[in-house]
Design a protein around this ligand. Sequence first.
Ligand SMILES: Nc1ncnc2c1ncn2[C@@H]1O[C@H](COP(=O)(O)OP(=O)(O)O)[C@@H](O)[C@H]1O
Ligand SMILES: [Mg+2]
Length: 388
Amino acid sequence: MFTIKYRPKSLKDFVDQKEALAKFLEWYKNWKPGSKAALLYGKPGTGKTCLVEAFANDKNLELIQMNASDTRSKKQIEEVFGHASAVASFFKKGRIFLIDEVDGIAGREDAGGIQAIIEIIKKSKHPVVLTANDPYDPKLRVLREYCELIPFGDIPVWDIEKKLKEICEKEGIEYDKEVLNQLAKRSEGDLRAAINDLETIARGKKKITLKDLEVLGYRERERDMFEALKILFKTSSFTAARLSVANVDLEPENIMWWIEENIANEYEKPEEIARAYEALAKADLFRARIINRNYWKLMRYMNDLMTAGVSLAKDEMYRKFTKYQFPAKLRYLASSKEEREREKERLKKLSKLLNCSTKKIRTEFLPYFKVLEKDKNFQRFFESMTSE
Ligand SMILES: Nc1ncnc2c1ncn2[C@@H]1O[C@H](COP(=O)(O)OP(=O)(O)O)[C@@H](O)[C@H]1O
Ligand SMILES: [Mg+2]
């Protein structure tokens, strides 16, 4: 992956973030046991993690790191840092600790996790760095008191373009200037996203043109859906919720799967989750009626139930950063597409042969057919009957 191959190994390759970098260096210079930790925060892909990695590399520090979102318990945190924080480095090198994505630490059950991090900050003989997307997450309120906050801004379009250009040149990819500019703009300050987009469109190519940007179309729609979910889940206005999906270029049914996937990511109280699913289930009934009766006027009830119904299921807004997820159902449908096509083909053949509807065959014959099919003789028989 380009983002790994071109990860800055030294601060020389680290772009932009001048203020953050200066603040970080100042913090490091003044750090002594008992000092505050540095909390680097900002949008994904702005260089929080790679700044610490590049710095450690330049200074020949031993970097001990852990991603807090994979962390389930106090015990795990103590296992990684507890010992290392109290003793001197084995190689007599300096050490630096990185606890990445602390806002990803799991909620309630992990109250102990945050406390363990605070203990490490207080006791550590080595500087501790934390990162987060949203440092104002209520979960981090107490932790914040032990941190010096260092904000990371969006990476400017110009710097993103420069980085993309550099990668193209090293990879021997010919490029249209305008393509790199478009990629940089659409990434909205997220350099990781821009580099990933470049890799997507350049895969297996010697030259990239504006036309290649089309393959990113789907990603664009996904991004719209993420924005829509943010509005839908955070607002308490009926109108705002129902309008949230108005500009999303996806089938209503697919929008419904997106909402379904993320209800339990956003809501934490069981009653809220239950109310949200209740609303979604009603929306789904309307969906079935719309299709069965071909009665599109019902669409607005489906829409209001799945948007406002789900939105108003909460008691109040969650002031947290939620990582919304791509619906598992849609991923499954995409991956099983070929198989479903094959099945459809078979159903068509059978319906001709048996002279009845595909629907009847699917429900009444297919289960038996799947058993019979295992028999070689039957297979031959079926093929001879259905070949043109
Ligand atoms: N300021 C930067 N300078 C150079 N590369 C960067 C910078 N910010 C991000 N990147 C690129 O984007 C990728 C993701 O950066 P990372 O530090 O992991 O982001 P974050 O931790 O802020 O989400 C890196 O692999 C690197 O290639
Ligand atoms: Mg990171």
